[in-house]
Design a protein around this ligand. Sequence first.
Ligand code: NAD
Length: 499
Amino acid sequence: MSMPAAADLPRHQMLIEGKWVDANGGEWFPTDNPFLGKPWAMIARGDNADVDRAIAAAAAAFRGPWRKMSASERGAILRRFGDLVAQNADRLGEIETRDNGKLITEMRGQLRYIPQWFYYFGGLADKIEGRVIPIDKPGVFNFTREEPIGVVAAITPWNSPLMLATWKLAPALAAGNTIVWKPSEFSSASALAFGELFEQAGFPPGVVNIVTGFGSEIGEALVTDPRVAKVAFTGGDATGEQVYGLAARGIKPVTLELGGKSANIVFDDADIPNAIRGVVSGIFAATGQTCIAGSRLLVQRSIHDQVVDGLLALARTAQMGDPLSDATQIGPVTTPGQYRKVLDYIDIARGEGASCVIGGAAATRPECGSGWFVEPTIFTDVKQSMRIAQEEVFGPVLAVIPFEDEEEAIGIANDTQFGLAAGVWTQSIRRALTASERLEAGTVWVNTYRAVSYMSPFGGYKRSGVGRENGMSAIRGYLQEKSVWIDLNGEAPNPFVMR
Ligand code: NAD
């Protein structure tokens, strides 16, 4: 297949201080269409000078127009932005699918849902209140103020690009902060299309800046700049660890949303057809490229074969192909690196002695074209000690582990370094409640899987992250509390003794 010349591809500039600009060095990099396996657009390749310009713009906007606006005015702008996203949802969803290869049915659905975050947090903007504290010292008035932190660096991954950015931008902006956003180098196009709507919504220039480029090249400059007051990151745990270390140099608060190895636990009293559908939605939907992938199936031994047979039947009928088609159920893997990583993990699992009962190879069906497709893959006979049971694959690969009883199921589920999510399939209310208490995960779904909302907190236990996104408390991650003391006594006490 002939490659289009870079010069013929559409070019996407960065957004700094409300202006569309080339990278300081004049460099560009290609972004690929994972279904076609070739570049479809060129993105400005930012360097540290671009990061510097963007931070300066965000810092000026924080001190200037954004800070001076009332919270109600800020909220109204957020809600207007939500309306604009709603009007452009299908177009933005299509850009995401072209760029990251995820199903149009999923990306369009996400884009139609995203406005709710801007409505919800826009509504919250003018409901952030301090407290008057009945302080224990006579003649002293003490109250608190909730203040924005300043410039927030938002760093986002490629798998649900605009949804995960929204989880940061909506609360951070509602709280009165300004933003420098670095989207993934594999999914910058939709971020830049989103960027066009900021000005239309009425955000003053510099409130949201988008710097595109490679994390390895500009990430450190962004995270360590002293003008950046908070870092909100979603990505892999290894990168998260690095970002946490960089932020620690400046004693900066962080929100980290990292990876997972989530367990879907099917008990013998479950509604089995529903459980099978839930397990499939946890691992084969989105080609397994979701942080909350239910990549471990823990199944009670008495129903092991029945559940595995049901999974095989569903996996066999899953339609692979063009992610832009509404009929497709499994699309390509997003990047060549990720494609190789998934195939490597399949080899590792075989080498460790797990049994591959379906898939286990690159997909070469005609409907997969020249994209980076992997067959939906299921391993049985998986042991807890195997890497396939412990490490995040981020692909359509399911590890099946049998268990005898509830005690063993909870033990296996918690025996990983991660703690992002878990699924429990049971008809017993006792089991549902005890399991949801004992599972070490930020989200537990009972008789459902992969549900999220702007209203409910999301985040990880253990190595899956720090802090929470979504829900009312998420806004606290973008505020700092100040205590103000006013002495009404009119006479200065002994200066050598603490008051
Ligand atoms: P990644 O860690 O490779 O990259 C994430 C972002 O970090 C990108 O924008 C990248 O450019 C940037 N980056 C890379 N090196 C950096 C550095 N040194 N300093 C600063 N920034 C740097 O992740 P990815 O491959 O884009 O995304 C997949 C991962 O994200 C998976 O592990 C997945 O589990 C995780 N994820 C987590 C959640 C969640 O909410 N918990 C959601 C989606 C994805």
